[in-house]
Ligand binder design. Sequence first.
Ligand SMILES: Cc1cc2nc3c(=O)[nH]c(=O)nc-3n(C[C@H](O)[C@H](O)[C@H](O)COP(=O)(O)OP(=O)(O)OC[C@H]3O[C@@H](n4cnc5c(N)ncnc54)[C@H](O)[C@@H]3O)c2cc1C
Length: 409
Amino acid sequence: MTSLWIDEATPFASPSTRPERTDVAVIGGGIAGISTALHLALAGAEVTVLEQGSVASRASGRNDGQLLLGLGEHYHRIHGQFGAERARQLWDFLADNHVALREALAAAGVACELRQHGGLRLAETPHEWTELQTAAALLAAEGKAHELVPARDLPRWLPPAVGFHGALHLRGEAIVQPANMVRGLAAAAARAGARICEQQSVTTIDGEAGDFRVQLATGQQLQAAMVVHCTSTLARELDTSGLLQRCVFPFRGQVIASDGLPKEVAAQFPDYAMSSNFCYEYFRMTRDRFVIGGKRWSVPGEELGLLDDQGNNPQITQNLLSYVHEHFPALRGVPFPHVWTGIMAGTPDGLPLLGGLPDRPGTFALLAFNGYGLSFAFLAGRCLAEMITEGSCSHPSAGLFAPRRFQPT
Ligand SMILES: Cc1cc2nc3c(=O)[nH]c(=O)nc-3n(C[C@H](O)[C@H](O)[C@H](O)COP(=O)(O)OP(=O)(O)OC[C@H]3O[C@@H](n4cnc5c(N)ncnc54)[C@H](O)[C@@H]3O)c2cc1C
């Protein structure tokens, strides 16, 4: 089972032959591995990506394609969880990510249906509306571009919607076709000199900094001076320090998509990144189709701990359809034949891992984006490339994500 995005995407056209030796071996060809490889190659490093399937075949090609701000959370909640200073740093990191990503997509001529009309966070309940107003007050105090939309004005913003209690529009958000975006960036990385090798499953990593031996399922190996883990939660055992197994956990998201809507219906839906219920449900248009994910909280176990992205949960599909029928009556009776799932990686504090693994010289990680990697990983890959090539990273927020925060003292 693959996603609509992967089914429609252009295949990655420049797979490389695996060399015997490389300076940096990046394991995993999702947005994290591809961005890291692109920036390492641009900095002149010799880099090889080893991807067990094809580029963007896992979460990076199975998500909802929303480029979000603030880790998808309402802003005052980030303030509450991390404190004002770190909340601002997080927001700035994501805002900077989007600028850097847009520039790179334009420079490389990547065709990925980028739509930059902002995002609409809708209030599912009167309580969420009061929370959105609190978030808006903080955004206003910090000069961050947004509009608060009371329920009476919603028909102007989202004509087919019913039953929401208001919304917050964030100008800096956007949507993309994610598989084409990541594959386009992979092509740019290959042009910059990165070797991107598909169908290369890594089984173990032995040795030490300067002389790692990356073993492949085929029995062959790649020698590397440094190793970067960009495998999300799919190969935690490759990190022999145990940190990834201790601190990174899987959970599964599910998405459904309609067939093409009648022209007059499709025309009523703007190209926003949209969500409600504190971003637990998320939806958008892609051309004339409606795509929606979420509802994992509505089933026992909340899809936590699952690593299988070949199956799906029929109850979640039903619950997503009920949501669609309740809030968008114009879509009642519209078939949703596409269903897919993707595996995300979480951490106990909700922040990703970016940087060197403690007590493992020459070993780095960029993973566990807690469901927001599409919005985060491009700039994070640049930061990691700087750490590898220059020893430190100039972005003031990068320290928030250091893996050493999970090292027992
Ligand atoms: C349903 C859903 C909706 C989402 N919606 C959004 C959204 O709208 N906005 C947003 O910002 N984020 C969203 N996300 C999250 C986002 O997709 C992820 O955070 C991001 O794609 C993670 O990228 P990654 O490179 O870390 O992982 P992945 O894309 O999973 O890449 C990891 C790669 O490692 C490879 N790999 C694993 N083991 C090995 C091995 N042993 N050897 C070699 N290669 C290996 C895999 O094949 C895979 O390609 C969503 C995710 C899901 C599932």
